[in-house]
Ligand binder design. Structure first.
Ligand SMILES: C[S@@+](CC[C@H](N)C(=O)[O-])C[C@H]1O[C@@H](n2cnc3c(N)ncnc32)[C@H](O)[C@@H]1O
Length: 311
């Protein structure tokens, strides 16, 4: 895969939170083009190890090529990060010194029309990150009622016009005119109108919602976060980059639980609650800088949160 385009977001901020060092074992659970992974390997020179995971075969291929220069310090797996435990077992790794998760889709997935994520170019209604498994967007839409679709658009797209958009999509599906990603964008524009200068495309939220549902993105994230603090070693960092408020809220809530598990009412004579197992290594989320936003528009909504295992 020679034409894999993706600019890593929040690169310096992420690496400083992850703090890779020689001898450490790190997992990049969302390899993409391998940009963050390459930096982790450089920083953990000469003998840090990296386990890379991606559910997209094109990303696996591109990252394998880019990281080949690091030889046997790298092990790459095609799979979902919800399968982390089993992937680490295959790699013979018991504990990690750092785990990185850079959520969402790569620019490659968005830009290649045939992947079916783009509302700018006509492509099949696919939207699967892993084209070897699961239902395509078209199959998912066909199996859903109008109400179920409206709920998905509302929940995952935070789109106020979800009911009317779902009706418009179902109408086009019924009359046989919903065949490509551009048709899906037309169904949304019929309700919201056309893009206004300086604003996001009106189809953005609906495409995001359908993509999240097709790839079961929130379930994937929840399963991964539920594993924590295992498989981190004491002192190990988890760093998560999010792109929308739904993901960020979930990460924030799960981190809060690890940082403050004790809920005893004050004045209890003996507290048997467990100690916090994690501490923040950045108290607040770190947002993308204005300079990075200017250079890479797709980074504009990104932010990174991190915690460190202390017990
Ligand atoms: C934003 S890109 C990562 C870019 C990467 N950090 C870089 O610097 O090139 C997100 C990647 O995560 C992958 N991905 C998303 N959800 C996943 C999951 N549940 N399991 C494994 N990979 C996933 C996508 O296929 C995509 O390649």
């Amino acid at each position: 895969m020679d034409n894999f385009e993706h600019t890593s977001v929040l690169l310096d901020e992420t690496i400083s939170l992850l703090n890779p060092v020689s001898g450490g074992v790190y997992c990049d659970a969302t390899l993409g083009g391998g940009g963050h992974a390459e930096k982790i390997l450089e920083m953990s020179n000469p003998d840090g190890r990296l386990i890379g995971i991606d559910r997209d075969l094109e990303a696996v291929e591109a990252a394998t090529k880019r990281l080949a220069k690091f030889g046997d310090r790298v092990s790459i797996f095609h799979g979902r990060f919800s399968q982390l435990e089993e992937i680490l077992e295959k790699a013979g790794v018991k504990e990690l010194n750092g785990l990185l998760v850079d959520l969402g889709v790569s620019s490659h997935q968005l830009d290649i029309a045939s992947r079916g994520f783009s509302f700018m170019n006509a492509g099949p209604l696919d939207m699967r990150m892993d084209t070897s498994a699961g239902e395509t967007a078209r199959e998912m839409l066909a199996g859903m009622s109008e109400d179920e679709l409206a709920d998905i658009i509302y929940r995952y797209g935070e789109e106020r016009m979800s009911r009317r958009i779902a009706r418009s999509i179902k109408k086009m599906e019924f009359d046989g005119s919903l065949n490509t990603t551009l048709d899906l964008a037309v169904a949304v524009r019929r309700v919201i109108g056309h893009k206004k200068p300086g604003k996001s495309d009106p189809a953005t939220k609906t495409f995001q919602a359908i993509r999240i549902a097709v790839n079961k993105e929130m379930e994937e994230l929840e399963t991964l976060l539920d594993l924590l603090p295992v498989p981190l070693a004491i002192g190990g960092n988890v760093v998560v980059i999010t792109f929308h408020s739904l993901e960020d809220r979930l990460v924030k809530q799960k981190f809060e639980k690890l940082v403050k598990p004790c809920t005893c009412p004050q004045g209890m004579p003996v507290c048997n609650c467990p100690e916090p197992v994690a501490a923040y290594n950045s108290r607040r989320s770190v947002r993308v800088s204005s300079a990075e936003k200017l250079l890479n528009r797709r980074s504009r909504s990104s932010r990174v949160r991190a915690i460190r295992r202390v017990l």
